[in-house]
Every structure is written in C-alpha cells, then in structure tokens.
Design a protein around this ligand. Structure first.
Ligand SMILES: Cc1cc2nc3c(=O)[nH]c(=O)nc-3n(C[C@H](O)[C@H](O)[C@H](O)COP(=O)(O)O)c2cc1C
Length: 173
C-alpha cells in the first residue's frame, strides 16, 4: 500500500475483537517507533508494551474521559520520554506515536491515541502522574500518550482526497 493510501485509510479504532495482535505485527509497530526521528537525535523515548489486562484497566481510568477504550484493547504502547534528556519530549513522543499509528494501520491493526499529558482523572489528579504511578516511572519520565492496539471490531470510513480542506494550505509566492 502507498503511504498516502495508509494515511487515507487510517482512522481511530476504539472497538477491538478479543484476539491477540500477532507478535510479528507488534514488533513492526515497535520498530516504527524506534525509526521515528528525534530532535538532535537524542532519542529520549522508551516504549512500554502493556499486555497485562489489569494494567490496561488501570490506565483506562487514568483520565476522566477518552481512555475507556484502553480496557478493551489487546495491548497498548505507552511512550515515556526522559524530559531531562530532551526538551523536545512532546514532539519526539508525538512523532513516535504517529509512526506507530501508520505502521499499525498498514498491517490492519486497529489503534487509537490516548492523550494523558495535560489531562486529569475523575478525582482531579494529573493523568500523567497517574500513568507514572501505575507503571512505576520516575518523575522525569513524561508521557504524551498511550497507543491502544487490537484487531479492529469497527471500520470507520476511510477518507478520500476530496475530503481534504485545501483552504488550510497557503502559498507565499
Ligand atoms: C494528540 C491526540 C490525542 C488524542 N487523544 C485521544 C484520547 O484521549 N481518546 C480518544 O478516544 N481519542 C484520542 N485521539 C483520537 C482523535 O480523537 C482522532 O484522531 C480524531 O477525532 C480524528 O479521527 P480519526 O483518527 O478517526 O481520523 C487523539 C488524537 C490525537 C492526535
């Protein structure tokens, strides 16, 4: 599949079948994460693969809205970045998450980004801190988000090039 076709087809999937993501496909997704560029090549991100259902359930409650789907995911990849290593931890983590999304899509693996940075749980606690506590990470490990993964149990419509809002593109000539 051409990259543009993967991009057109990629939609967030939050409903998953009770079937495991094949190990080979998960490895490809993690390779994509490791291939993502980082500012000054500082590589501040580490990728934590969570298959444990109790941990997935806890993460699904780390913020008050938009994380519930993690409890249904087969697995998730939490991207933590060492903020002492790179002030660009948000950018570096976001690119890695995006690379993983495209790799997952290419292989037919449903995926959705779950934002934790700047979000809060039901009880008003910082969702990032909740995730750090759940996974026993030190304070300098910052987390933009978690990518939930699974075999899709829904098929959102692909986009077409006609859907694009070309008015967002401005040329200075
Ligand atoms: C930075 C970012 C954060 C997101 N956070 C969440 C989230 O916490 N929960 C969720 O269900 N979807 C989340 N999403 C998915 C978006 O809601 C989704 O990408 C958007 O609505 C467009 O839909 P599409 O991905 O199907 O094209 C996030 C996406 C991005 C890029």
């Amino acid at each position: 599949m051409e990259l543009i076709d993967i991009m057109l087809k990629r939609r967030s999937v939050r409903k998953f079948k009770n079937i495991e993501v094949p190990e080979e496909k998960l490895k490809n997704i993690l390779n994509a994460a490791l291939l993502a560029p980082t500012s000054r090549n500082r590589n501040p991100c580490s990728f934590y693969v969570i298959k444990n259902k109790d941990i997935l359930k806890k993460l699904s409650k780390a913020k008050k809205a938009g994380a519930a789907f993690l409890a249904e995911a087969d697995c998730a990849v939490a991207v933590f970045a060492d903020s002492e290593k790179a002030d660009t931890w948000i950018e570096d983590s976001s690119i890695a998450l995006t690379y993983m999304m495209l790799s997952a899509e290419e292989q037919g693996i449903g995926n959705c980004w779950c934002q934790l940075h700047m979000r809060f749980s039901e009880d008003g606690n910082d969702a990032e801190k909740n995730a750090r506590d759940i996974l026993s990470m030190p304070d300098n490990y910052r987390i933009v988000g978690v990518l939930g993964l699974g075999i899709p149990n829904e098929e959102p419509n692909a986009k077409t090039l006609n859907d694009l809002d070309l008015s967002k593109i401005v040329y200075f000539e």
